[in-house]
Design a protein around this ligand. Structure first.
Ligand code: ADP
Ligand code: MG
Length: 266
């Protein structure tokens, strides 16, 4: 993935780390993240799990520099990711949950759009980068297709390929296996692990997917109602005793005593 064609000189393409310290986020009266501190080591797969609405995507958007904290700090490679002055000093790419593909553009055009608009490289190198990303995701034959012609799994792969065109040192994934059948989910899980192993890209994965977290996560953070409940290894997570976390990972449905309905309403 190394190339010298970036408009910005990103000669140091080593994986980057993330430091989050005392991060809180309010939207008007609602506090969505509460005093979150964590660090992600360069080159690891850091999984963020938690129930819907617990603040996972908001946390990821802060790391991507798309939102600024109400309190606390976020640093990527030691730099503020919201600062346009230093934003080109590390290569970060975000794989959006819904893919965020442009329906009117072909797969190739979706991948080439950002590098062309930002003149990341001369055109022939952009083509090279796009074709390389498509190859890595086994999508060479889909280059001329449009998003409406793709299956859910292919759309997720295209979204990952589009992120790879940026030659990222850090890749953020928001729910990369949601809405996929189990085999396609496993495929995406293997892709995330392969990208980390082959390109040493630091990977932060927001996911509900227990299998993903336990099989490829180096460490797993559990976020509940905006609170960071634990950061542990997959092995530690398997042995965790906290009843909220146990219940989140292994919900037990008992139709004689239904309890999730009441929990949901509370
Ligand atoms: P999830 O863990 O499912 O990814 P989110 O991070 O998307 O949860 O959202 C956490 C909470 O923050 C939710 O209650 C959501 O409604 C709220 N929220 C997220 N983004 C915004 C926003 N831009 N403005 C107001 N509230 C938001
Ligand atoms: Mg989310």
């Amino acid at each position: 993935m190394k190339t010298k064609c970036s408009a910005q000189d990103r000669s140091d393409r080593s994986p980057v780390g993330v430091e989050v310290a005392g991060l809180s986020k309010n939207y008007e009266a609602q506090t969505v993240l509460k005093d979150i501190s964590l660090s992600v080591k360069p080159g690891e797969i850091f999984v963020i799990m938690g129930p819907s609405g617990s603040g996972k995507s908001v946390l990821l958007r802060h790391i991507a520099g798309l939102e600024a904290p109400t309190a606390g700090t976020v640093r990527v490679n030691g730099l503020d990711p919201t600062d346009p002055a230093t934003r080109d000093r590390f290569a970060l790419a975000l794989v959006f949950q819904a893919g965020a593909l442009f329906n009117s553009l072909s797969v190739y055009e979706n991948l080439a759009l950002y590098p062309l608009e930002h003149q990341l490289c001369p055109k022939p190198q952009i083509r090279e980068r796009v074709m390389r990303a498509l190859k890595i995701l086994s999508l060479e034959n889909a280059a001329e297709k449009f998003p409406s012609e793709l299956s859910g799994g292919m759309k997720k792969r295209v979204a990952i390929a589009r992120a790879l065109v940026m030659e990222p040192q850090i890749l953020l994934y928001d729910e990369p296996t949601s809405e996929l059948d189990p085999v396609m989910g496993a495929t995406i899980t293997e892709i995330i692990a392969t990208l980390k192993n082959e390109y040493q890209v630091t990977s932060i994965v927001v996911s509900h997917d227990r299998d993903l977290a336990l099989t490829i996560g180096d460490r797993v953070a559990i976020l509940m109602k905006g609170n960071l409940r634990t950061i542990c290894t997959p092995d530690e997570l398997r042995r965790v005793k906290d009843p909220d976390i146990v219940d989140f990972l292994n919900p037990k449905i008992d139709l004689k005593n239904p309890r999730y309905l009441t929990l949901e309403a509370s």
